[in-house]
Design a binder for this molecule. Structure first.
Ligand SMILES: Nc1ncnc2c1ncn2[C@@H]1O[C@H](COP(=O)(O)OP(=O)(O)OP(=O)(O)O)[C@@H](O)[C@H]1O
Ligand SMILES: [Mg+2]
Length: 600
């Protein structure tokens, strides 16, 4: 064996699953040519094998050195002038059987260590697993395909991490296309797309819902939020404490919810089970209108005041309209003892009513509040789920471009909660939940799943919802894939629940530390490679891959709409000399981006 071209050296020390190998002095070259292919000895992240009869034990190179230029760890000194490798054991194969993670027999001193050839790698990576999809090639060899197991990817969750421009969005597109491209036509993937990047890249595979689209407009019913969450948006309340104003609004909301309970399209709900926070539709515009009437009405007889009949023809001058948010007008109260009288002596809701009207008129929030059809009678959450899930495309893109930054947390949280609660409560519904699992993909996750999202306040809503998916989703058929350029800003619980890491180039040392700590298989040292990865190259470790691998992900065309700006081209282009700035200003004022068709 020693004269084989693959021979590297002998084991001189074993600590747990770590080996130290002294490279042979007779190694003819550090770049042997085997089977016509050039190999390089001692590449970090490359594989070696220890043949023990019909058993092959495989390991990964985590450190190389030559004494005395570098010292091996654990106070272990190699004799002067020796070259050595540190190896982390990862798995074994017996005869021609498939590669298995974990080792049954540990190698020992003086066992031979050999280079792993493409043939061996083909064996290691070969799979007849029907749940595997090809996502690229091994970085060490273009001819060897790399696979991920989508069952594990979904049920154990995954994270795609990398600095800006390292190729995350391209990786997401590539993985989603591989999954949906023919093999799994009935997949159900929901992609949260905060920057409207995926329209072109996935248009053949996805139904896209966006705020500005009139045909497939994104609607998210606000009444799925609890009162405290809603008050955060409506009244800018940062804390959950209930003031007198809140109680007045809550009473009105509950009244509306109770009034509809018997007539709900999905089925009646017992009134005893309904609270102000139940996910039951109510009409916010009407609530504003009703409360406005109560607050400002003037009445003609004192009798009206005692009966609390606030809608009094006598004092009204203009009825107004809840649908278009036109406030009613009332005759001014007389100063003396004559009519009209003030219906409510102390006005407490003026500021709430103003804020409410402002929010209901805000164009940016139309997707949340201007959804009159979702009244529980014409349309309900089941219709929303049908829109999102019952179409013939495997991917649903929820384009959140245009959602105000400050409510992103609540919107993503609400979407996640609607889906999680539906699979949780619908676990026995045929064709739903575990029988057709849903993969949630969270792009740009650091912006709405921040570290330390507190449990007490209403912020951190999305983190709580996604944490729940990560902790319990496996049992009900919903999985999460988070994509982020700042892992150190990401919710720790969510990250720690991810079983698979796809780590692209990461240059920030804090971020590398997070990936290092989260990497399973004691392979933290692989994270040393992260700053030097090429664009589109990733280290994949964890449940969804057989073996930690350095993978090259192909560049996808058409690519996500996130390409780098190219000043070197743009600054020479003379085609448009004077852009119409006014269009930008109008969009800014309207808070709505008009579509402009680009003709070039
Ligand atoms: N596999 C690849 N091969 C070659 N080029 C690639 C590859 N993946 C991405 N790129 C290029 O790198 C650039 C950035 O890619 P991408 O938008 O996927 O990065 P990103 O990590 O999502 O960045 P951000 O964090 O800013 O969203 C694009 O111009 C893209 O064409
Ligand atoms: Mg991106």
């Amino acid at each position: 064996m020693k004269n084989e071209t693959t021979y590297l050296g002998l084991i001189v020390r074993v600590i747990g699953s770590k080996l130290f190998v002294e490279l042979s002095e007779d190694l003819p070259s550090s770049t042997p040519i085997i089977g016509g292919r050039l190999y390089k000895v001692g590449q970090i992240g490359s594989f070696v094998k220890v043949p023990l009869g019909s058993l092959n034990i495989f390991g990964i190179v985590t450190m190389v050195g030559a004494n005395p230029a570098a010292q091996a760890t654990d106070n272990f000194d190699f004799p002067y002038g020796k070259r050595w490798l540190e190896i982390q054991l990862i798995g074994e194969s017996i005869g021609q059987q498939e590669f298995q993670r974990g080792v049954s027999i540990y190698p020992t001193i003086d066992d031979e260590v050999h280079l792993v050839t493409d043939e061996d790698l083909r064996l290691i990576h070969a799979t007849n697993n029907p749940s595997s999809v090809n996502i690229g090639t091994l970085a060490s060899s273009d001819s060897l395909p790399a696979f991920i197991d989508i069952d594990k990817l979904l049920s154990r969750h995954a994270a795609i991490l990398g600095s800006t421009g390292s190729g995350k969005s391209n990786t997401v597109t590539s993985i989603l296309r591989s999954i949906t491209n023919g093999t799994f036509p009935k997949s159900k993937i929901i992609l949260i797309d905060p920057h409207s990047e995926y329209h072109t890249a996935l248009k053949d595979y996805a139904k896209i819902f966006s705020i500005d689209d009139d045909t497939n407009s994104l609607k998210i019913p606000f009444w799925g939020l609890s009162y405290n969450e809603l008050a955060l948006i409506l009244f800018d309340k940062k804390q959950a404490a209930d003031s007198t104003q809140d109680i007045a609004v809550q009473d009105k909301i509950l009244e509306h919810k109770l009034s509809i309970a018997d007539n709900l399209k999905c089925g009646a709900v017992d009134k005893e089970n309904i609270s102000v926070d139940s996910p039951i539709p109510f009409n916010l515009k009407k609530i504003w209108y009703d409360l406005y009437n109560e607050e400002y009405a003037t009445v003609n007889t004192k009798q009206d005041i005692s009966t609390a009949a606030y809608f009094i023809e006598g004092g009204i001058e203009r009825k107004g309209d809840w649908k278009t948010l036109i406030a009613p007008q009332f005759a001014a109260p007389s100063a003396g003892a004559a009519a009209p009288f003030i219906f409510k002596q102390t006005k407490i809701l003026s500021s709430y009513l103003n804020k409410l009207q402002g929010k209901l008129k805000d164009n940016r929030l139309n997707f949340l509040f201007n959804i009159d059809d979702y009244d529980g009678i014409t349309l309900d959450i089941d219709d929303l789920l049908s829109e999102w899930l019952n179409h013939d495309k495997p991917i649903t893109i929820l384009d959140l471009g245009g959602v105000p930054f400050e409510i992103m947390d609540l919107v993503v949280g609400l979407i996640s909660r609607i889906l999680f609660e539906s699979v949780f409560w619908g676990r026995n519904v045929p064709g739903f939940g575990k029988q057709r699992p849903i993969l949630m993909v969270y792009e740009e996750a650091h912006s709405y799943l921040p570290k330390g999202g507190s449990n007490q306040t209403v912020t951190g809503y999305a983190s709580r919802a996604v944490r729940r998916i990560c902790k319990e989703g496996r049992k009900y058929g919903i999985g999460a894939m988070v994509v982020s350029q700042r892992p150190s800003d990401l919710d720790e619980t969510i990250l720690s629940q991810c079983g698979t890491f796809i780590a692209l180039r990461l240059s920030n040392s804090q971020d590398q530390g997070i990936v290092n700590a989260a990497m399973p298989d004691n392979l933290g040292s692989l994270s040393e490679l992260l700053p030097s990865l090429r664009t589109g190259e990733a280290i994949i470790v964890g449940e969804a891959v057989k073996i930690p691998s350095r993978v090259r992900i192909p560049r996808i065309d058409p690519r996500p709409d996130s390409g780098d700006p190219e000043p070197s081209v743009a600054w020479k282009d003379t085609s448009i000399e004077k852009p119409e700035f006014s269009k930008a200003i109008v969009n800014w004022r309207k808070q709505k981006i008009e579509k402009i068709s680009i003709t070039k």
